[in-house]
Ligand binder design. Structure first.
Ligand SMILES: Nc1ncnc2c1ncn2[C@@H]1O[C@H](COP(=O)(O)OP(=O)(O)OP(=O)(O)O)[C@@H](O)[C@H]1O
Length: 271
């Protein structure tokens, strides 16, 4: 494990019905924002699930600098915001964060303020807009300074202003000790906020590394151009926030195979 890495994905393969949806993926995750991009069905959610400990790799492993995968040295948790935000409508925003904060020795008010919800603390989750719920989810997943906070397409379905607010909130919650890994089809926001990039294509890493380095290496000016160079015409990337169809694009049947053996999350997967 390199000194600056907060997590390392080592030779991870995940198959469904014998078909690999992640194929020998190795990555080093450092502090700041790592954006995972790629066409529909390229394996982004599966990779994020593996990072969060919600999906068991068929082969390979994830190693955490702070022992987040379990064991006596588990000082740092893994935060996880799955695609469907698993929050209870009858609780207020502050009660929601208070519940999770108590589990990880944090307090809710700074997190609410960080994501721009300081004035919405007493509102019930059911009365928040979809975008505000997503911001609350970002706060929830980053409580207690987890080593890695995993945010799965937090901007899908949001309007442009809320998409930007969500990325800004994620950037505010990232720190030297917390890597925020976010999957997204919003290449313009990825361009503006990502420190590091992972481009997935058909379950394999097509490019990975520091955003600035990758742009120089590929002789392009922005992430959208990089995406086109690396995976083709960018048909899986969108700038309007919707992700389109997700399943069956690689002919893989759903079997609901998930694992929770090493799950240390501040949220609950709904997958
Ligand atoms: N539980 C499962 N059972 C069977 N196949 C699955 C399961 N989860 C994912 N897959 C398949 O794995 C492939 C990758 O899916 P994944 O959701 O990781 O891709 P993605 O890049 O996040 O896609 P999108 O951008 O559309 O959200 C798809 O073909 C999908 O159908």
């Amino acid at each position: 494990m390199t000194e600056s890495a907060l997590a390392e994905v080592v030779g991870v393969t995940r198959t469904y019905g014998g078909i690999p949806v992640l194929d020998d993926v190795s990555l080093s995750i450092g502090s700041g924002i790592t954006a995972v991009v790629g066409p529909n069905g390229s394996g982004k959610s599966t990779l994020l699930g593996v990072l969060a400990g919600a999906v068991e790799p068929t082969a390979g492993a994830v190693r955490y600098a702070h022992g987040g995968g379990g064991g006596a040295d588990t000082g740092k948790r893994i935060g996880y915001l799955p695609q469907g935000v698993p929050l209870r409508g009858e609780l207020t925003a502050r009660e929601t964060l208070g519940f999770y904060a108590a589990l990880v020795g944090d307090e809710p008010d700074a997190a609410l303020a960080d994501v721009g919800l300081a004035d919405a603390g007493d509102r019930r989750v059911s009365a928040l807009s979809g975008g505000m719920r997503r911001l609350l989810g970002v706060a929830q997943a980053t409580l207690g300074e987890p080593a890695v906070a995993v945010l799965d397409e937090p901007t899908s379905g949001l309007d442009p202003e809320m998409r930007e607010r969500t990325f800004r909130a994620a950037a505010t919650r990232a720190s030297d000790d917390t890597a925020v890994v976010v999957s997204s089809h919003d290449l313009d926001l990825v361009d503006a906020y990502a420190d590091d990039l992972v481009v997935l294509d058909r379950g394999r890493v097509a490019a990975a590394g520091a955003r600035d380095r990758l742009l120089i290496d590929h002789g392009v000016d922005d992430v959208e151009s990089l995406y086109r160079v690396v995976v083709g015409d960018g048909s899986g990337a969108e700038s309007d926030g919707e992700t389109g169809g997700t399943d069956g694009d690689r002919g893989v049947a759903h079997t609901d195979e998930t694992a929770s053996e090493s799950l240390h999350v501040t949220g609950v997967s709904d997958r």
